[in-house]
Write a protein that binds this ligand. Structure first.
Ligand SMILES: [Zn+2]
Length: 502
């Protein structure tokens, strides 16, 4: 026994020696502006059609990434010898909508519209409706004071009470919030009075995609014009603001709503390539990015060059760097899992699916390094001396090793300013919860998330294109992720998990 221990000890230290003398900078150099640009130009080209989840463009992008993983010699990581891990996606579409008031048929798009986030199925005759003003509840307001809405249909106004000073985004969000408030109160149906009805045609109306079949009954949700609201509330010609002072409570009505939807079964995938480790191959390092984007609307393509073509390209190039190192005899001690996921823009689908159907024991994952946008400069940085940066999110969560390692590698090689702004608990953007790493963090895996901060400018616009990418800066950032991954893959111990996620 002893001898074997001694032998193993010798082996381990010779690995450590080998890693110390590895020409890491040479391996990192393949993460070059030229290589990144070549790949991103394919991923964010027009024929990828914006890579929308479950659509042909996403499938084309998946094939491209798969072919690359195969070509450089990564092993298939999705199980059963496959690189792609398929997962089901559902999407409802409207097949029938008939709404009438006082036996007069209402017109879709003029009188009413449907909120695509929640298509319900059913047939309702409503003879009593509760008007609840703005339908708002917080520490200062309660529109539901003295109202009994359980099991009833309600009418609420779009927007917020005048004395709540809110950013337009907050007002937009408030519709979602008030729907949730109403659902919690147990209403049977929700009608929101809109300033402008957004849907102009019922034909082909599709709901948001989802991956878990909703066993519960969806609450029907209609949007109506202010003219129709006046009819229901027995007023005339009042604007939304004027309606806000109309008495709340029960109103007799004669409303009939009939909705029918069909559920379409679609499919998307994560693309996974593995580079087996050497003496610690039962432990893992994840490098992730999402390859899906928003697709096209009418004929306008949302190219998603930065979001997240840049992260996807970076993951591919990190894989190339690790493969090259292994060919020279410097394979990583831990196994590397390079995974590009889809469904991120729809609600972190791919990473959620993976975290619930993992290909490895997640307790043996040391870290997930996630890149979602690393090719641009955020709009607030105007002087050249301020642009040598990357936002690092998660540095103070789950593991006290994360910051130490990431900073040490960056100080040694890449000298970027690591900006922890988004880790401030007071930051309203809640970035930590908004990309795929969160599904790893939920399972206890320490994560670092690298991000360029592009929330304004061309974020989620058709103008997020390749020509706006700063490839020099992107390569420096991706190299920084590489050095960090290299360290974590080759150090003696896995990262400690010593900080609870809150
Ligand atoms: Zn993204």
């Amino acid at each position: 026994m002893k001898k074997q221990f001694l032998l193993m000890g010798l082996l381990a230290s010779s690995f450590a020696m080998a890693q110390k003398s590895a020409p890491v900078e040479k391996f990192a150099s393949v993460i070059s502006p030229k290589e990144l640009k070549a790949k991103l130009s394919v991923l964010a080209a027009a024929d990828m059609e914006g890579r929308e989840t479950a659509m042909p463009g996403q499938k084309k992008a998946a094939s491209y990434i798969e072919a690359f993983f195969k070509k450089i010699g990564l092993q298939p990581g999705a199980g059963e010898g496959k690189y792609q891990m398929p997962y089901p996606v559902f999407q409802d579409s409207l097949s029938k909508s008939e709404v009438s008031l006082d036996n007069r048929a209402l017109t879709f798009g003029t009188d009413y519209a449907l909120n695509i986030s929640s298509l319900a199925n059913g047939n309702w005759t409503v003879d009593n409706i509760v008007y609840a003003g703005y339908g708002w509840q917080d520490s200062t307001h309660n529109s539901y004071d003295n109202l009994d809405v359980k099991g009833k249909w309600i009418v609420v106004l779009e927007g917020l009470p005048k004395d709540i000073k809110a950013h337009p985004y907050e007002i937009y969000k408030s519709t979602f919030n008030k729907i949730n408030i109403a659902k919690k109160l147990g209403v049977a149906g929700i009608i929101v009075v809109m300033n402008h009805l957004q849907n102009h045609s019922a034909k082909g109306l599709k709901g948001n995609m989802y991956i878990k079949e909703n066993k519960g009954v969806a609450t029907p949700l209609l949007q109506i014009s202010d003219a129709l609201a006046n009819k229901i509330l027995q007023t005339s010609g009042k604007s939304i603001e004027e309606l806000s002072v109309v008495k709340t409570g029960d109103y007799a009505t004669n409303l009939h709503v009939e909705l029918e939807k069909i559920t379409n079964h679609l499919e998307s995938s994560n693309v996974i390539g593995v580079l087996p480790g050497t003496d610690k191959k039962g432990e893992y390092v994840f490098v992730t990015g999402h390859y899906d984007h928003l697709g096209k609307r009418d004929s306008v393509i949302y190219f998603g060059a930065d979001d997240d073509g840049s992260g996807t390209t970076s993951v591919m190039q990190l894989a190339q760097a690790f493969v090259n190192a292994k060919k020279k005899g410097f394979g990583p001690r831990r196994s590397m899992i390079f995974m590009t996921v889809s469904g991120e823009e729809k609600g972190l689908f791919g990473s959620e699916y993976y975290s619930e159907h993992p290909t490895i024991n997640l307790d043996s994952a040391s870290v997930d390094l996630n890149i979602d946008m690393d090719g641009r400069i955020d709009t607030e940085r105007k002087t050249p001396d301020s642009t040598n940066y990357i936002y690092v999110i998660g540095h103070d969560k789950l593991s006290s090793d994360l910051q130490k390692i990431n900073e040490a590698e960056n100080n040694k090689y890449t000298h970027l300013v690591l900006d922890y702004k988004f880790d401030d608990p007071k930051d309203p953007n809640r970035i930590y919860y908004r990309s795929d790493h969160y599904n790893f963090a939920k399972k206890g895996i320490p994560i670092l998330f690298f991000y360029d901060g592009m929330l304004k400018a061309d974020y989620h616009q058709p103008s997020d294109t390749v020509d706006k990418i700063d490839f020099e800066l992107m390569s420096k950032r991706a190299q920084m992720v590489f050095y960090t991954a290299w360290d974590i893959a080759n150090r003696d111990a896995m990262l400690v998990r010593d900080i609870p996620l809150n």
